[in-house]
Design a protein around this ligand. Structure first.
Ligand SMILES: *[C@@H]1O[C@H](CO)[C@@H](O)[C@H](O)[C@H]1NC(C)=O
Ligand SMILES: *[C@@H]1O[C@H](CO)[C@@H](O)[C@H](O)[C@H]1NC(C)=O
Ligand SMILES: *[C@@H]1O[C@H](CO)[C@@H](O)[C@H](O)[C@H]1NC(C)=O
Length: 451
């Protein structure tokens, strides 16, 4: 029964195809010639001028798009609708939907909007493979091309989630954030009139390096080698910066360790501005792993390790902190790691301006190399529910974006947005917020070098 139904359906499909082929005449097309006249061109390249009255005579949408048959008398009569079923006249209300008489749909070989070289119509959000904000894709991992493949800022994904202590799923974060970024470009900020993607900087998307889900030691090393390779590329030379700046799409927060290491190798000690509900400087022998050193490396301890390894300056700062401290000595250990703390509720007392001032004072100099890392749990779960360790009572996405934009002037050499777990998301709410965070931090990189 099922088999015979398939055969019947296939037969119907085939007859439809055959009859469609008999009706359409792809060999004849109306186009503009060199003098600007409308002509019909048959398969032997014979041109025939088309009178304007014929052109405007009740053409259907398909006639507009694909041309109509004009090969001989019989075809002319079809074009003039003599043998064709007449369309009902349009009411005035509906006539607003008809194309303007002099509008020329693109020629059938015109690919400008299809290949992205021109924008003829709205809809680019959906075109192409999904890169961050439709940035061009670059192969950033061929040592032979480090000199010739030049760019100023690179976006890279780190699909890693095996350092998380609660909700997994951030291995899908880079893809989720890229999906959330499709409406970012071309677009100008209503606050600053600024569009980072059509400014001086060449910004590319390096895709994601492979990251093994089976061994964190290997995975974090893969991310480190990718970040290092990206920073070894030459820049376009349009600013004084010597090496590309890198923005990473996480991944759970452990990925910040290899990213900061690669930045440290280029710039020396890095000042980290860390937006998060948790400190993440936890003493690994206390928090989540004092049995093996493998356990001791996770998304709550990577800043402890970054400090231990000497990558950090003593001017680091956290903001939006509110997650409970696992132990009474956490704050002292945090201070020992070089950090100050801004708590989530401080924004109610000193406002976004007060937060911005405090961060800038802590960093001290506009030359100091800064790395901004944003855990989306710095925002309230109302704005970013799909994350690893959710803590109520956080900042709104507007508050965080205001603070980020206020950091203009700092020398941001790297950044990331992490802990987006798309499997927990709804309506892309978390991915959209993360994409906007990335947009703000990339803007800081572009604005700094424009000074
Ligand atoms: C278009 O069709 C309408 C209604 O069928 C008819 O009145 C009108 O004359 C036609 N126009 C042309 C240019 O053929
Ligand atoms: C896009 O197609 C047009 C032809 O319609 C061609 O001239 C142009 O070079 C193409 N651009 C790219 C980037 O492929
Ligand atoms: C591990 O930490 C716990 C407290 O969190 C402590 O009770 C235990 O003695 C520690 N074990 C080792 C081997 O340090």
């Amino acid at each position: 029964m099922k088999a015979s139904l398939t055969v019947i359906l296939a037969f119907i499909k085939l007859t439809q195809l055959v009859s469609a082929a008999a009706i359409a005449n792809p060999d004849v097309q109306i186009s503009l010639n060199i003098d600007g006249d409308h002509v019909s061109v048959d398969k032997n390249d014979n041109e025939k001028k088309v009178e304007k009255s014929q052109l405007n005579s009740n053409r259907s949408l398909l006639d507009y798009m694909f041309g109509f048959l004009m090969d001989n008398e019989a075809d002319m009569s079809i074009a003039e609708n003599k043998n064709k079923k007449q369309a009902l006249p349009l009411s005035d209300e509906l006539s607003v939907l008809t194309m303007q008489d002099d509008y020329q749909v693109p020629d059938k070989d015109d690919l400008r909007d299809i290949n992205g070289s021109s924008v003829l119509y709205r809809g680019g959000e959906f075109g192409g493979l999904v890169s961050f904000a439709h940035l061009p894709y670059a192969n950033c991992y061929d040592p032979a091309a480090f000199d010739d493949e030049k760019f100023d800022i690179a976006v890279v994904g780190a699909p890693f989630d095996t350092g998380t202590s609660y909700r997994p799923g951030t291995r899908f974060g880079p893809t989720g954030i890229r999906m959330g970024s499709r409406r970012l470009a071309p677009a100008y900020s209503v606050y600053s009139g600024f569009n980072p993607y059509s400014n001086w900087a060449k910004i590319v998307d390096c895709g994601d390096p492979p990251v093994t889900p089976l061994d964190n030691r290997i995975a974090l090393d893969q991310i480190y080698r990718a970040e290092r390779a990206i920073r070894n590329h030459k820049t376009t030379g349009k600013s004084k910066q010597k090496a590309p700046k890198v923005f990473t799409l996480g991944g759970d927060h452990t990925i910040t360790l290899p990213a900061v290491k690669a930045a440290y190798e280029k710039y020396g000690k890095i000042s980290v501005i860390h937006f998060d509900s948790h400190l993440d400087t936890w003493n690994p022998y206390y928090f989540g792993g004092n049995i093996t050193s493998y356990q001791a490396m996770n998304h709550g301890t990577y800043l402890h390790w970054a400090h231990e390894k000497g990558y950090l300056s003593d001017n680091c700062i956290h903001a939006a902190i509110r997650g409970p401290y696992p132990g009474p000595r956490d704050v002292q250990h945090d201070i020992d790691c070089g950090f100050d703390r801004i708590l989530a509720r401080d924004i109610d007392k000193i406002g976004a301006d007060g937060i911005i001032k405090k961060i800038k004072e802590r960093i001290g100099s506009t030359d100091a190399p800064v790395y901004i890392t944003v855990d989306v749990d710095s925002m309230d779960p109302a704005f970013t529910p799909a994350t690893g360790t959710v803590e109520p009572g956080g900042w709104s996405s507007r508050e965080l974006l205001t603070v980020l934009d206020g950091l203009e002037g700092l020398n941001v050499v790297g950044g990331d947005v992490v802990e987006v777990s798309p499997p927990y998301d709804s309506a892309e709410i978390t991915s959209l917020a993360a994409a906007q965070v990335a947009d703000s931090i990339i803007s800081l990189m572009v604005l700094k070098e424009q000074e």
